[in-house]
Structures are given as structure tokens and as C-alpha cells.
Design a protein around this ligand. Structure first.
Ligand SMILES: NC(=O)C1=CN([C@@H]2O[C@H](COP(=O)(O)OP(=O)(O)OC[C@H]3O[C@@H](n4cnc5c(N)ncnc54)[C@H](OP(=O)(O)O)[C@@H]3O)[C@@H](O)[C@H]2O)C=CC1
Ligand SMILES: O=C(O)CCC(=O)C(=O)O
Length: 442
């Protein structure tokens, strides 16, 4: 039976998902990451003759760990934060995915993000499943010492659920190589030996890979460049707007500028700077070097983040937070191509608008997959106790991204589907085959 044919299990699936106004036929301003991820799964499954039991399995995480994390503030008071680690699917290998420190972190968000990690690792053909975790906290409210205590305690709370062959966290929004170094140290102290492979995205001095810090942005730039070329555009005549100037947005903007594109706008949490003649993105401080510094940079015009999304540019790269392209603004987007740098920046309702308007959306699970790909390189380096040169990381990332882009493009052309569906089809075929080979039910 075709996975999405209406039947009893379909009805019960819809009923199980009907937790929102959208499912009740109303149109809320946004959807949760989990709702978006599930809708994308059902839509892609429609194109494949998938065992419905596999789809039923994949719409649920294998497990979600929720922990409380008491942290002593510098003034001696104690705040108890909530942390999560959602482990979606491990059929292709250990769970893999980032840790996020952000006030909006919820259980459902982690589950949705963990599903995207499963597909992302499968699109790239990495021997990993998908996970995501985080703590509901604003890291900008914490001192460095408080962040260290939070990380060490969170590590302690989820320690038995992670490990180099079990679940390997990495950086995401609000976390960085230092966070990973603390995580690795806290885990290793408990284990009684140094275990670098428990996390990736560490500083190179403690087993991190060179090039991991800029890898997600590098892959966004590679995929944008390939798509620009595929569309028959000249990169030298291409204008680009990038929302977010962190680990993903900054390298993406800089590499596209270096490749000849005209990057006319970039933003941080406070708003955007705009120069129709092109910004010198290498001169603008990144989130890593100085958070909230973009708006301080001298530029001819400033805009809101909402205005950046509606700029008349060739390529829009949302590379900050999720759910920024919605039913509310999709009709006002003037870009001719969207390349997703952030995870889940486009709701399903916005996707439908872009499909109707013929605006291609190259999905997150392909475009920003350079981060987890170099994480895989790091994991290999840790296991083999042998560091790769930066040049080797760049070369291997370039060839892995091109390999994945070609496979997705083949599905896009042969099935005449959206780019997102094509990437999902590549991923789901591999995951379903692995489920089939291992046996879904005992
Ligand atoms: N880090 C990674 O390895 C990967 C991250 N991703 C995804 O990319 C996205 C960005 O992550 P990452 O670059 O790591 O995050 P960072 O924390 O490094 O940077 C985030 C950037 O977005 C800005 N920002 C934060 N909130 C908003 C907002 N509400 N509106 C506009 N801009 C905002 C920040 O501004 P300010 O400096 O002012 O705080 C900063 O410039 C996330 O969706 C993440 O899941 C995807 C693949 C890998
Ligand atoms: O490097 C990793 O393991 C995961 C990166 C990540 O969280 C992501 O790609 O969204």
C-alpha cells in the first residue's frame, strides 16, 4: 500500500498529529518544527512505495530524554533549567546532531530537529542516525563560568545516553567549540579516560577537526553556487541576502562573496545592514567574534530582519532561526531562489506558496549538511587519532557536497519534484532500505 493512502492508520496518524490550529483547518502564524518535519515526511513518502510501518516508525523519535539542570549562578543563587536530548532514528548508525542553548528550546522542537538530522545524515550517506538536544536558556544571560557549569551538569545528566558509538552531540545555536570541550572533559572525567569522539565540533587542540567551525556555511555556499550554475545564472551577476551572521550565515556570505556574488544584506538578531553595491562581508564581525555587532557596522542602510527576507535579490539565505518564512510573508518574498542555511526556516504553508510561485527552495538537509559531514570527518580523526589538514577537510567536503547535490538533482529531474522532496526521497530510500535489512519488528 502506498504510504499516504487514506486508511485507518492514516486517520489515526492525522488524529495523533492534530494538536494545532492548522490541523483543525485554521492557519496559525507558525508551525512547530515537529509539525513541519512530519508534514515533509508524509509528503515525500507519497512519492515512494514505502512500507507504511516504516513511515509510522519514522514519525516518532526512538527516545527523548528530558532532564533538569541545576546551575549555581555567580551570585550564589541556583536556577534549574530544562534540557533535552531527542534521539530519532539509529538504523544507519549512532545518533548524531547538535546541542542548542536557546530560550525557545522545547521537547517538540528537539524532536523535529532530530528528524531533520536523520534525513540530513542519510542524504549525505553518513553512517549516523539523527538526534538533537539543548537547554532552554538564553546563553547571553550567562557568564562564561555559568555556561561551563551548565554544560558540565547537562553532560552529567545525559551522560548514559551519549557516547562515541551511541550518540555524538555537536554545536548548534548558542553553543560553540568551547562548549564541546567542556562536554568532552566532563564526560571523559566520568569515564576515567579521555574520549574525544563523544562530541564533535571541539577545538582542534583537543581533537576537533580543522574547518568544522565554518563547514555548515561552506556547504551552504557550495550548494548555492551549484544551484546558481544549474539555473544558468552567472554568479558575478547574482545578488544575495543572508539572515544571521553566525556559524552558518557568516561563512556562507563570505564564501559567496569570494566566489563573485554580490552580498547586499546580512543581519543579526537586532536587524540587517544593506548596501545595494555589495557589502564587504569579510570586514563585518561575526557572531563568534562579537555577537550583535552587525548593526554597528557602517553601511548605507539598515533594515529589519523581516525587510531582509523581502528584499529584491536573486538568492535569499535564511541562516538564523526556524520558521521565518511563513504563510504570512511567503507572498512578499521577492528572491528567485531560497537556499536554507538554518534548520527549518520554511513552514509547510510557506513551501506551498513558493511551489505555487515557482520559487525553488533548496532544503536545509542538503544545504547546511557540511557541519555534520565535517563532524563525521572529526569522528574518524578521533577514532584514528590522526588529524587531517585543513586542505584535506575542504577537498573532501567539497567532493561529498557535490556527490550529494548530484544524487538529489537526479531525483529532482527524474521525478519532477521539489528540491526538498528530492532530498527527502534520497534520504528515505536509504533509511527504509536499512530498516528493511535490519528488520523493523523483533
Ligand atoms: N552550528 C552548526 O553547526 C549548524 C547550525 N545549523 C543551523 O543554522 C542556524 C544558525 O545556527 P548557527 O549559525 O550555529 O548559530 P549562531 O549562534 O552561530 O548564529 C546565529 C546568528 O543568527 C542571529 N540571530 C539569532 N536570533 C535571530 C533572530 N531571531 N532573527 C535574526 N537573526 C537572529 C544571531 O545574531 P546575534 O549575533 O546578534 O546573536 C547570529 O548572527 C540554526 O538553525 C542551526 O540549527 C545548521 C547546521 C549546522
Ligand atoms: O555536526 C553535527 O553533528 C550536527 C550539526 C547540526 O546540529 C546540524 O546540522 O543541524
Amino acid at each position: 500500500m502506498h504510504a499516504s493512502e487514506p486508511d485507518d492508520s492514516e486517520s489515526s496518524r492525522d488524529a495523533a498529529d492534530a494538536t494545532t490550529a492548522t490541523d483543525a483547518g485554521l492557519e496559525p502564524p507558525t508551525e512547530s518544527a515537529l509539525e513541519t518535519a512530519r508534514r515533509q515526511l508524509y509528503r515525500a513518502a507519497d512519492h515512494l512505495d514505502l512500507d507504511p510501518n516504516v513511515v509510522e516508525r519514522l514519525r516518532h523519535p526512538e527516545s527523548v530524554h528530558e532532564v533538569t539542570v541545576p546551575v549555581e549562578r555567580d551570585d550564589g543563587s541556583v536556577v534549574v533549567y530544562t534540557g533535552y536530548r531527542a534521539q530519532h532514528d539509529s538504523v544507519r548508525g549512532p545518533y548524531k546532531g547538535g546541542l542548542r542553548y536557546h530560550p525557545d528550546v522545547t521537547r517538540d522542537e528537539c524532536v523535529g530537529l532530530s528528524m531533520w538530522m536523520t534525513w540530513k545524515c542519510a542524504v549525505m550517506d553518513l553512517p549516523f542516525g539523527g538526534a538533537k538536544g539543548g537547554v532552554a536558556v538564553n546563553p547571553k544571560d550567562l557568564s562564561r563560568d555559568e555556561k561551563e557549569r551548565l554544560t558540565r551538569r547537562f553532560t552529567q545528566e545525559i551522560r548514559t545516553s551519549v557516547g562515541p558509538t551511541k550518540d555524538i552531540p555537536a554545536p548548534d545555536m548558542g553553543t560553540d567549540p568551547q562548549t564541546m570541550a567542556w562536554f568532552m572533559d566532563a564526560y571523559s572525567m566520568q569515564e576515567g579516560e579521555t574520549i574525544p569522539g563523544v562530541v564533535t565540533g571541539k577545538p582542534p587542540i583537543v581533537g576537533g577537526s580543522k574547518g568544522r567551525d565554518t563547514a555548515p556555511g561552506r556547504s551552504v555556499a557550495i550548494i548555492a553556487r551549484e544551484t546558481i550554475d544549474y539555473l544558468g545564472w552567472d554568479i558575478e551577476d547574482t545578488t544575495v541576502a543572508v539572515q544571521g551572521f553566525g556559524s552558518v550565515g557568516a561563512p556562507a556570505a563570505r564564501l559567496l562573496e569570494s566566489a563573485g556574488a554580490n552580498v547586499v544584506a546580512v543581519s543579526d538578531v537586532n536587524g540587517a545592514i544593506y548596501d545595494p553595491d555589495g557589502l564587504d562581508t569579510h570586514a563585518i564581525p561575526t557572531h563568534e567574534s562579537e555577537p550583535e555587532a552587525v548593526m554597528k557596522y557602517d553601511a548605507p542602510e539598515t533594515l529589519s530582519n523581516e525587510e531582509l527576507l523581502e528584499l529584491d535579490v536573486d538568492v535569499l539565505i535564511p541562516a538564523a532561526v526556524g520558521n521565518v518564512l511563513t504563510a504570512e510573508n511567503a507572498n512578499d518574498v521577492r528572491a528567485n531562489l531560497i537556499v536554507e542555511g538554518a534548520n527549518g526556516p520554511t513552514t509547510s504553508a510557506a513551501d506551498a506558496v513558493f511551489e505555487r510561485r515557482g520559487i525553488p527552495v533548496v532544503p536545509d538537509i542538503l544545504a547546511n549538511a557540511g557541519g555534520v559531514t565535517v563532524s563525521y570527518f572529526e569522528w574518524l580523526q578521533d577514532i584514528n587519532r590522526r588529524a587531517w589538514s585543513l586542505e584535506r577537510v575542504h577537498d573532501e567536503l567539497e567532493s561529498e557536497m557535490l556527490r550529494a547535490w548530484n544524487v538529489v538533482r537526479d531525483e529532482y529531474e527524474s521525478r519532477d519534484v521539489l528540491w526538498r522532496d528530492a532530498a527527502y526521497i534520497v534520504a528515505l530510500k536509504r533509511i527504509a532500505a536499512a530498516h528493511d535489512a535490519r528488520g523493523l519488528w523483533p
